[in-house]
Design a binder for this molecule. Structure first.
Ligand code: HMH
Length: 221
């Protein structure tokens, strides 16, 4: 492959699938100022639960990096992601007050449970660092691309939702996602075919879970 890396190749190959996750109707509605607030509140409550389950995943990823990476700076990038999660949890609590959401009484919906169980399956020491870092990149990138879209010129995102969009759509979060992508690409370049196949499958699973997660905001489940 050329300068686009393995991930670039995969993004081209699975473009429609990727767009399904990053240009979901929930996001397009936010961008068009057409979001209904009950949907937004449902998403917010469910995402708080997801982010709490994301912490052990990142902890396991940190262990895998410490064990298997030959570049020390990987640890710092992942640790930065962990620190961001700490801020995020505090932010969810603040935001829940603003929207009058009782976080302690939120029941995880099926799509959320499925996604959290999938994250849990990646904790196992047998899951390669390359596979886990690829998953981490795509999990973060979907939110970055989705919410950055709501901040682009000409978007009609309601002012009450700008803070949410900026949390994941800001430039620093974008740079952080680029760092993750570089790490994942470097690992993928030197991986065996077997591990590369697993990483590609994992990327597709993540996209599927992300779409199902956005779908929860409709509240039919
Ligand atoms: C469902 N995917 C989901 N929630 C998040 N907060 C992120 C990705 C990014 O951190």
């Amino acid at each position: 492959s050329g300068g686009e890396g393995i991930i670039g190749t995969w993004l081209r190959k699975h473009r429609l699938f990727y767009l399904g996750a990053t240009r979901h109707p929930f996001i397009l509605n936010i961008r068009d100022g057409a979001v209904d607030f009950p949907s937004f509140k449902r998403w917010l409550g469910q995402d708080y639960i997801f982010v709490r389950a994301f912490v052990p995943f990142v902890a396991a990823l940190l262990l895998k990096a410490w064990r298997d990476s030959d570049d020390q700076s990987d640890i710092e990038v992942i640790l930065g992601g962990m620190a961001a999660l700490n801020d995020e949890i505090a932010w969810f609590k603040k935001e829940a007050l603003k929207w009058d959401i009782q976080l302690s009484s939120i029941v995880p919906q099926k799509a959320n449970q499925d996604y959290c169980r999938f994250l849990e399956s990646l904790l196992h020491p047998d899951v390669e660092y390359t596979v886990a870092i690829t998953a981490f990149w795509v999990i973060e990138a979907v939110y970055q691309e989705s919410f950055a879209h709501c901040l682009e010129e000409g978007s009609g995102t309601p002012p009450e939702l700008r803070d949410t969009c900026e949390r994941w759509g800001n430039d620093d979060f974008g740079k952080y996602c680029c760092s993750l992508r570089k790490i994942a690409d470097r690992q993928l370049e030197k991986a065996s075919d077997d591990v590369r196949v697993k990483a590609e499958g994992t990327l597709l699973y993540v996209l599927e879970h992300e779409v199902a997660f956005w779908n929860m905001s409709h509240g039919e489940a």
